[in-house]
Design a protein around this ligand. Structure first.
Ligand code: SF4
Length: 445
């Protein structure tokens, strides 16, 4: 349960030394209670205070780290709906290889996973993980394929086998990758907790129903092992949707600790549409790791795009760095356009200019990630702010001419901008980026 400021203050040294940046321990305690500071900011906090606060503020869905450097994060969620706050860690996408597939097929899939990159709103996105399924009879083949996947991609793995002995051997072979062992049952949990713990991996746990899953997860948790993900035994997309919702609701609304772990889902359908729909359910309904049955670039691109939409923090607009961007290969005679640093606006405007075949400079001042009209209404895109940015960014050194094209939606700043940028003339462009190409043809060719 969350602590009040006064309860937290009792745990602090009460010396009011100010090293945490506030005047008193009580003020710091109030900030901690409001989650606007971290206990690490007080260099004199006792171990007891750190332990109590960590427990009090543990998120209802436990955080799990994956990958050799622990950079892949799962869990840490605190809300059921994104509009309540934000979702913290996105669903990880993994691509499966079967250990009994032809070697050339396995190699091709691993190479495709390793090389896959997609650009979305300025971000380069790769596939997160590889799954290796023990689908043949040979333990050796499973262990060998796991090792090969790890060496070929350097990515965390999901190792899937019904044989605990094979899982232990594969876990040892990829020690250091911080992968997932899938899956322990209530009967094999003790043995596989040992294999996960000994080799620094995470354990997936499954059971025939949610009661038995909660009971087994609770026992493992009480035993001190918390690097867990939950795998549900479900038999239809509807059942899966229900299970994800029930379990996440139990974790967040009723603080059910045994169910407060991220989820793992294998999509086994060979039907591309059905499999994609199942993956969409995972991404939109609290999925942790979603294992796709194979590599399909089109499917992965669609899922990554969906994931970006679900996991982008609605309170933080995606922004590009404020600067003067070259579009194509502009020179000193190339025209100069203005827009804001809201990623979507920047990429649409930049894309339209690029599509027109024009080489140009795109001036993108700091507008806190707002779109053109919003930035203007908030006073972030005025003649004075644009002029100041142009001067500081050295626009006059980049071009010989003195003309800037501004978005039609902020035609009203043209006078102010000409006054603030002496010697410059302002040309008002179209309101919509989609009209840029025809504007360029009519006015700049
Ligand atoms: S650094 Fe710690 S001891 Fe010093 S004022 Fe802040 S909370 Fe109190």
């Amino acid at each position: 349960m969350a602590l009040t400021g006064l309860q937290i203050q009792k745990l602090l040294p009460k010396t009011n030394c100010k090293e945490c940046g506030v005047n008193t321990c009580l003020a710091f305690a109030m900030k901690l209670a409001a989650r606007k500071a971290a206990i690490a900011d007080c260099p004199y906090a006792s171990e007891e205070a750190i332990r109590v606060l960590a427990k009090a503020y543990e998120p209802p869905v436990r955080g799990v780290r994956l990958g050799p450097d622990g950079a892949l994060r799962l869990g840490e969620e605190t809300v059921l709906y994104r509009h309540e706050k934000t979702f913290v860690n996105q669903t990880l996408l993994a691509v499966n290889v079967d250990d009994d597939a032809p070697a050339a097929e396995i190699d091709a899939t691993l190479a495709a996973v390793k090389e896959y990159r997609i650009e979305r709103v300025g971000e380069t996105i790769a596939i997160d993980m590889v799954a290796v399924t023990h689908s043949g009879g040979s333990v050796e083949a499973f262990v060998e394929t796991a090792g090969k996947a790890w060496r070929a991609t350097g990515k965390a793995l999901v190792l899937r086998s019904a044989d605990p002995g094979a899982l232990r051997r594969a876990a040892e072979a990829v020690k250091g990758s911080r992968s997932v062992l899938a899956s322990a049952t209530p009967e094999t949990a003790d043995e596989l907790v040992g294999a996960a713990r000994d080799n620094g991996h995470v354990l997936a746990l499954t059971a025939p129903d949610l009661d038995r899953l909660a009971s087994a997860a609770g026992s493992i948790r009480d035993g001190g092992f918390t690097d867990l993900v939950l795998q549900f035994e479900t038999h239809s997309p509807a059942e899966r949707f229900q299970a994800n919702t029930i379990v996440r609701r139990a974790a967040i609304k009723t603080s059910c600790k045994p169910l407060g772990f991220p989820f793992l889902r294998f999509i086994d359908s060979s039907d591309l549409v059905a499999g994609t729909l199942e993956a969409i359910t995972e991404i939109t309904k609290f999925g942790g790791i979603c294992v796709l049955p194979g590599f399909d670039a089109a499917q992965i691109a669609a899922l990554i795009t969906l994931r970006l939409n679900v996991f982008t923090d609605p309170q933080k607009p995606i922004q590009v760095e404020p600067r003067i961007y070259p579009i194509g290969e502009p020179d000193a005679d190339s025209p100069v356009f203005l827009t804001t640093n809201f990623s979507l606006t920047y990429f649409i405007v930049g894309g339209e200019i690029e599509n027109s075949g024009l080489n140009a400079w795109l001036v993108v001042p700091e507008c806190e990630g707002m779109s053109v009209l919003t930035a203007w209404a908030a006073g972030k895109l005025t003649g004075a702010t644009v002029a100041k940015f142009c001067k500081e960014a050295g626009l006059e050194d980049k071009v010989n001419h003195r003309r800037i094209i501004i978005p039609g939606y902020v035609a009203q700043i043209s006078g102010d901008l000409e006054e603030s940028l002496p010697g410059w003339s302002v040309l008002v462009g179209p309101q919509e980026a989609s009209d840029l190409e025809s504007f360029i043809k009519a006015r700049l060719r």
